[in-house]
Design a protein around this ligand. Structure first.
Ligand SMILES: N[C@@H](CCC(=O)N[C@@H](CS)C(=O)NCC(=O)O)C(=O)O
Length: 210
């Protein structure tokens, strides 16, 4: 297996965190998004959607989405379970992953990509040119600020992890989203104590530092 990724990007980080928790070390190939390598001929042959992460299997099959890759890894190596064991755990984690993607990651990406000059003509990832819409940046900032307190409230009501006692993919995906948002100045604009201590707990894990 080979993981195509880029160090600073949040989606590949989700997979790296997930693999590290499983004790899996995946050989990686860096695709330099800053230099536009995702659009190169060689990478288009691997992932025509021009995005990372992509996991290439021994037989050449490519899985091109962070959650889908994690599902594959979970099936290959069930321990420790990060996508739930019981039907209810699996459903709850799936629900969180969808919320994190749609209400957290999506708004952060919209805010960044519809505003930063670096993403002019590339407001959505992929091979097609897509113009920026400044109103979407504004809406993204607003939606991201509505999302962080929902994470904080869930952690304050339960914890130590989003689903309670056991760390899951939901924590890893939310953490990668939060840390990326903070790096591009879209993190929480208010104090959220449960979220802050959860972030510290994650940062202290050897798998996160690796
Ligand atoms: N839903 C996809 C999203 C993949 C995605 O958007 N990846 C970004 C990096 S985080 C990318 O490849 N961007 C390429 C670009 O901006 O041109 C996943 O989770 O894998």
């Amino acid at each position: 297996m080979k993981l195509y990724e880029f160090e600073g990007a949040p989606s590949p980080r989700k997979v790296r965190l997930f693999a590290a928790e499983k004790g899996l070390s995946l050989p990686t190939v860096s695709v330099d998004l800053r230099a536009g390598e995702q659009f190169s001929d060689w990478y288009r042959q691997i992932q025509p959607r021009c995005t990372v992460p992509a996991l290439a299997l021994e037989d050449g099959t490519v899985i091109g989405d962070s959650e889908a890759i994690c599902r594959y890894l979970e099936a290959q190596q069930p321990d420790p379970p990060l996508l739930g064991e019981t039907a209810l755990e699996q459903a709850r984690i799936a629900e969180w992953l969808r919320r994190i993607e749609l209400a957290g990651y999506g708004p952060v990406a919209d805010a960044l990509r519809n505003q930063s000059p670096a993403f002019a003509g590339r407001a959505l990832p992929g091979p097609d040119p897509i113009e920026q819409i400044p109103a979407l940046a504004e809406r993204g900032r607003w939606r991201a600020q509505r999302f962080w307190p929902t994470l904080d409230a869930a952690l304050a009501a339960g914890g130590p992890w989003l689903l309670g006692d056991r760390l899951s993919a939901a924590d890893l995906f939310a953490f990668a989203t939060l840390e990326f948002a903070q790096r591009v100045e879209l993190g929480p604009d208010q104090e959220l104590p449960a979220l802050a201590s959860w972030q510290q707990r994650l940062r202290q894990r050897s798998t996160v530092q690796a």
